[in-house]
Ligand binder design. Structure first.
Ligand SMILES: Nc1ncnc2c1ncn2[C@@H]1O[C@H](COP(=O)(O)OP(=O)(O)O)[C@@H](O)[C@H]1O
Ligand SMILES: [Mg+2]
Length: 218
């Protein structure tokens, strides 16, 4: 669940996010799109509570989990990374690693992973815990198409199991189409389009939207 009203984030005199309203029911899925600097990360961080709004209110379901845009590894092995802070859910950790094709790396140093592997590990670290709101900042940005499929499948399984609300940002139309029932496109921090991903992609109703979608990575 998410309820946002008159949300603004301003740095000095520049407003980088201006969202009059956003409402998501429990279990709804939302993809965020928009050019670099359009406010996707700012919105996700405001929802996650790691950034304070300049104005407005944010109400969200708890507990929430947030995947930052930049992946990172803790010290130790891949398996130890997934188990951090979970009281020994080894079986579940191994299953998640298998789902994301990281099982062969379980005993390797997490710091030795490639960018795409590290991103999948970051996803595993989140999905080992239940939550009511999952916030993901470009969760497949470092993944090749096959790895992106693994992430999308793991997210879908997690969502079915927990009934969580999901918000993710992406530059990939396929991710929006497969992972979300709703797509919000930001332009200079403001909502430019909001609707079913398929409908927005197939029949953009403005020149700006047509140009934006034409430039989207396939
Ligand atoms: N701490 C900050 N100080 C000033 N400007 C910032 C700060 N953080 C983000 N911004 C600006 O806010 C805008 C939106 O950034 P961001 O939400 O990261 O965009 P996106 O994730 O869509 O690429 C960008 O122009 C960025 O430069
Ligand atoms: Mg961003």
């Amino acid at each position: 669940m998410i309820e946002v009203h008159d949300l603004k984030k301003t740095y000095r005199d520049r407003t980088v996010l201006d969202l009059p309203a956003l409402s998501l029911a429990q279990g709804e899925t939302l993809a965020l799109a928009g050019a670099n600097g359009s406010g996707k990360t700012t919105l996700l961080r405001l929802l996650a509570g790691t950034l304070k709004p300049t104005a407005g209110t944010v109400k969200t379901a708890k507990p929430l989990l947030y995947l930052p845009q930049k992946s990172y590894a803790f010290r130790g092995t891949v398996l130890q990374n997934v188990l951090l802070g979970t009281q020994g859910k080894k079986q579940q950790a191994m299953e998640l690693l298998e789902k994301l094709e990281l099982l062969p790396f379980a005993d390797k140093k997490a710091s030795s992973l490639s960018g795409g592997e590290l991103q999948r590990l970051s996803v595993c670290r989140l999905l080992i815990r239940p939550c009511n709101l999952l916030l993901l900042d470009e969760p497949t940005s470092a993944c090749d198409p096959q790895s992106a499929t693994l992430v999308l499948q793991a997210l879908e399984a997690y969502r079915k199991e927990t009934g969580c609300t999901l918000v993710l940002s992406t530059h990939t139309p396929r991710v929006a189409l497969e992972a979300a029932g709703r797509l919000l496109i930001l332009r200079d921090g403001k909502p430019e389009a909001d609707g079913a991903p398929q409908a927005l992609l197939q029949s953009p109703d403005s020149d700006w939207l047509r140009a934006f979608i034409a430039g989207w990575r396939i």
